[in-house]
Design a protein around this ligand. Structure first.
Ligand code: HEC
Ligand code: HEC
Length: 240
């Protein structure tokens, strides 16, 4: 019963922010209450996640594709574990992000919310090549198909050197294809200016890069190496 009351309290708080589709939300709520006892470890509540997404979308885009050319990072298709860690860090104020402050208050972002939204975002696969129109789509559908496509524009640099340094210094954690895994974020398919901003805050000690070797790797690189790594990352985007 405590769980139900908790859910109810949170639900009413959320309806205020997402007045868009409260009907659908109520339907989702009943599914949720029925499903509580059979909640599996890896399952997530898609209705609740979609409802939350309404709030995140104002900055991160309807599909989690990010916005304003990387001022708001892409969050769709990122590793679930990494997303959850970052949301926990924002909530604990270990990672400071003023735009997200109101959405990461303890009362608005429960552990269950973090689990649902992280699993939902991780499950979104964004295409990396332009859509092929069949011809019967309306304008809005076409626009949405275009908006989903994640192609990061090529950035300037020596790709060969970037490849060498990336493979030596970064690939062991962020994976050879830059796709990340577990607590290591995907870097390929993320906006270059956002990545650069993060690298700068790691070097300035504003965000810890990796527990064992905090800021070690990034701080010892030359500026040109960093530029070249970023150029390399934009050159290995898959086409699918
Ligand atoms: C008012 C704008 C805004 C809203 C609303 C917002 N965010 Fe963010 N979010 C940002 C900004 C800006 C950053 C980048 C911060 C930085 O540069 O370090 C960010 C970063 C993130 C990151 C880190 C990404 C990474 O690669 O490390 C995650 C995860 C995230 N947001 C999830 C969410 C979720 C989930 C929601 C909805 C509950 C949400 N955000 C709502 C502005 C927003
Ligand atoms: C020992 C493992 C390790 C290595 C090697 C490593 N990283 Fe990371 N990287 C991490 C972890 C862990 C995080 C997430 C840290 C956090 O929680 O903020 C991260 C985060 C990042 C981010 C932020 C991504 C985002 O979405 O906000 C960037 C950019 C990045 N690393 C670049 C690099 C580059 C470039 C290299 C090579 C020069 C590199 N990393 C090498 C472990 C590593």
């Amino acid at each position: 019963m405590k769980i139900l009351l908790g859910l109810l309290a949170r639900s009413s708080a959320k309806v205020e922010i997402s007045h868009r589709n409260s009907g659908k939300f109520i339907a989702g709520f009943f599914v949720l209450t029925l499903g509580v006892s059979s909640l599996e470890a890896n399952a997530f509540d898609a209705d609740s996640a979609r409802d939350m997404m309404g709030v995140c979308a104002t900055c991160h885009g309807e599909f989690g594709q990010g916005g304003s050319r990387g001022e708001y990072p892409r969050i769709a298709g990122q590793s679930e574990k990494y997303l959850a860690i970052q949301l926990e860090n924002f909530r604990a104020r270990k990672r400071i992000n003023f735009p997200m402050f109101p959405y990461t208050e303890e009362r608005d972002l429960s552990d269950e919310d973090i689990h649902n939204i992280s699993a939902y975002l991780a499950s979104i696969k964004l295409p990396t090549k332009p859509p092929v129109f069949k011809g019967d789509e309306d304008g809005l559908t076409r626009l949405q198909m275009m908006e989903k496509v994640m192609i990061i524009s090529r950035s300037e640099g020596d790709i060969e050197n970037g490849s060498k340094v990336y493979k030596k210094e970064c690939a062991s954690c962020h994976a050879k294809d830059g796709g990340g895994r577990g607590s290591f974020p995907m870097l390929v398919g993320q906006y270059t200016n956002y990545l650069m901003k993060q690298i700068t805050s790691y070097i300035n000690g504003e965000r810890p890069h990796d527990e064992d070797d905090s800021l070690g790797i990034l701080a010892k690189l030359k500026d040109t190496d960093i530029r070249d790594i970023l150029a390399y990352l934009t050159s290995i985007q898959p086409q699918e």
